[in-house]
Design a protein around this ligand. Sequence first.
Ligand code: MN
Length: 429
Amino acid sequence: MEITANNPKRKSWLKVEETSDFPIQNIPFGVFLTRDDIITIGTRIGDYAIDLGALHQLGYFEGIPLTDDIFLQDTLNDFIADGRKTWRLVRNRIADIFDVTNSKLRDNVEHKDSVIFRIDEIEMLLPISVGDYTDFYSSKEHAKNLVGLFKDYENDLLPNWLHFPVGYHGRSSSIIPSGVPIHRPVGQQQPNNGETMPNFGATKSLDFELEMAFITTACNDLGHRISIEEAEESIFGMVLFNDWSARDIQAWEQVPLGPFLGKNFASTISPWIVTLDALKPFRVESPKHDHEPLPYLQQDGKHSYDINLEMAIKPEGEKETVVCNSNFKYMYWTMAQQLAHHTINGCPVNSGDMFGSGTISGPTKDSFGSMLELTWNGQNPIKMSDGTERKFINDNDTVIMRGYCKNGNIRIGFGECVGKILPAVEFKK
Ligand code: MN
């Protein structure tokens, strides 16, 4: 089926600024609270949020096989479970409804009133109920940097790293939408030199991880696998993903992955899921592999995406400083390889599951995707525009992640993924 929604010549009758992440070619999906306190599934064009539940009730999706309540839900899981054909039909129809040449909704004031909201009138919510969350470790530059930082432990990448996308299972309970503040986590840290009892208290090395995540539909039954050729068909879309980390808690737990309390207190996502269909014009080849992988992980052609990513830190009451510029295309393992590997043992993947890329670091020092790497574990603090320095994230700092693709005149973006760090919650032993 043709993706007519991607037509670069199309214009909308809704106003879209040139620098907007959300032209009519994007049509992402999200969940929001309307000004009337109703939760609905919606999309966004420019600075307008569009209530898909209301549009459906008014008959604008006639001819597409959808249940009556598919958009009147507080998560996208059921819509995602409907599969790629339905996602395409709906995106194409939305593009058609808001096309500058289509007068049906444009000239119906009453309908427009119940369907269109200004973006500052609504509140974005978590778009899916995340069943399972897996975090990969798929940027070679990042993995190499960690080897360099912890060279007491390993001299090079572990021998498995170049043969499959390494990952671990995370917690879905702490995945939160952009804007939700995070309390500095508390936990055990390494003992001081010569002591045996660990330190305990608020983390002194709170970090971000610049990642992206993809969201799947149901892929496979228990005991079955999906092939690398089928894998992309199962991916609904992507979000920005800040996988907050407490490096001192993590280092005491396990080096370098530490997949427990140093990692699972919060992960912030951007609230609009940009579909893989919308990202199609930005496909690029992934980096050449050092070794040919086993046949179930082999693929040719363009299976990565050219997505510019940045991370900024904004101290309270001050201007932000961009501390990192990276790109999704640096990922050594593709999403299809990750999914084919994840299911090779028969582990089922469900609608609404989420998969983090792992920290995405590039080849240059300003493209490293964490403060751990940017400051080399605090040895080279970053100068902020207000004159202060950062080794890691301070209390009351706001961390802002942004991402977009650009191709000629078309810009498809993800908006912002924002989290503010609050002081640790007081506790009694
Ligand atoms: Mn991570």
